[in-house]
Design a protein around this ligand. Structure first.
Ligand code: PLP
Length: 388
């Protein structure tokens, strides 16, 4: 069966060059990067090269990069690494659960948390950040790009507010890395999270940028790995892969690959809007990462559309989470003001480096007929059509 994958915000395939670079570190070059003999020196050098490549992608020094097991760990390290009972934290209602649930946990430890709203486009207002500041505010955590809508947040303005108020600023850039240029100095952030599997490296590796001079409490206690910021033997193959993926991402951004992806994304989006009525783009009017579009198809269940498209070979997703057997509408779309039924009828299409024009043609050939079919068999749609 011909299959097209447009769910790159969930995870990306490991690029062949990335795989070839990491492969020798499973067998030929297997040393523990902390060992002083030849085998350890070999892998230590590879880890430090990878650190340089990740630093080059983010615009920082290699010493400011801490390797982790992924985006979730990076977010948790940044959030719990600086905050103690009695401190106040500001975050937003559209964050990934890695941030929102980490903040909820802080509340249990005696911290205060303010969760800021977003507007209808899904954007946090920096003046809300300013108004939320308190004398005990320790940390602001606002993401760079949202995983469901791709909407970019005004992180530079928020970084300025944070530094003027002497409050630490963390941004979750898991969905921004490799899609838009990142310069941590320009952002004025103290910590920034990335994840390997969103940028064509494997699952289970990530990094946190921690600004020089900001001491962070580790999540794990053990050896002095990663300058005592993350204990545990380094995942050398994963780190080598992340370094290669970061290098390829930087080269791609320098070449303008992001513009090519944006053109394909826009063709997909416009094609769908032109062929299917009663649709809308969630996050319309906001600056977005180039690979993502989130479209609402009124009168259908997003889950049904995902399944129907999957049966025909197209992989897309909803932002909905399945908890205790019930489909919860996306907290991001609800925060943007959508009704639960509108949130449930929304689908995310996310392109990757491997997406081709023919993949877009395939999606455009399937989506309109599949939506039409689901609406035709939906009692909800018939009722709606009669009453309007
Ligand atoms: N933050 C954002 C915005 C994400 O989209 C994700 C994953 O979907 C994460 C954090 C978690 O990253 P990981 O899967 O590497 O733990």
């Amino acid at each position: 069966m011909h299959r097209v994958y447009l769910d790159n915000n969930a995870t990306t395939p490991v690029l062949p060059e990335v795989f070839e670079t990491m492969r020798p570190y499973f067998d030929e070059r297997f040393g523990n990067a902390s060992s002083i003999h030849h085998h350890g020196q070999e892998t230590r050098a590879a880890v430090e090269d990878a650190r340089e490549s990740v630093a080059a992608l983010l615009g920082c020094t290699a010493a400011e990069i801490v390797f982790t097991s992924g985006g979730t760990e990076s977010d948790n390290l940044a959030i719990s690494g600086w905050v103690a009972a009695g401190d106040h934290v500001i975050t937003s209602s559209i964050e990934h659960h890695a941030v929102l649930h980490a903040c909820k946990h802080l509340e249990k430890l005696g911290c205060e948390v303010t969760i800021l709203p977003v507007d209808g486009r899904g954007i946090v207002d920096p003046s809300d950040v300013l108004r939320a500041l308190r004398p005990n505010t320790k940390l602001i955590s606002v993401m760079m790009a949202n995983n469901e809508t791709g909407v970019l947040q005004p992180v530079e303005e928020i970084g300025k507010i944070a530094s003027e108020s002497q409050v630490l600023f963390h941004t979750d850039a898991v969905q921004a890395a490799a899609k838009v240029p990142i310069d941590v100095r320009k952002l004025g952030c103290d910590a920034l999270s990335i994840s390997g599997h969103k940028i064509h490296a494997p699952q289970g590796v990530g990094a946190l940028y921690v600004k020089k001079g900001t001491r962070i409490q580790p999540l794990f206690h053990g050896g002095r790995h990663e300058r005592s910021r993350r204990a545990g033997t380094e995942n050398v193959p994963g780190i080598v892969a992340l370094g290669k993926a970061a290098q390829l991402a930087k080269e791609g951004l320098d070449r303008g690959d992001d513009k090519k992806i944006a053109i394909m994304r826009d063709r997909l989006q416009q094609g769908i809007l032109a062929q299917v009525d009663e649709t809308a783009v969630n996050g319309k009017g906001a600056a977005r990462v180039p690979n993502t579009t989130n479209i609402r198809f009124d009168h259908i269940e997003g889950e049904s559309l995902v399944i129907a498209l999957d049966l025909k070979g197209l992989a897309v997703s909803t932002g909905a989470a399945c908890s205790s057997g019930a489909i919860e509408p996306s907290h991001v779309l609800i925060a943007m003001g959508l009704r639960p039924d509108q949130a449930r009828s929304s689908i995310r299409f996310s392109l990757g480096k491997q997406t081709s024009e023919s993949d877009i043609d395939f999606a455009l050939s399937l989506v309109p007929e599949t939506v039409a079919h689901l609406r035709a068999i939906s009692p909800r749609y018939v009722k709606q059509a009669v009453s309007t």
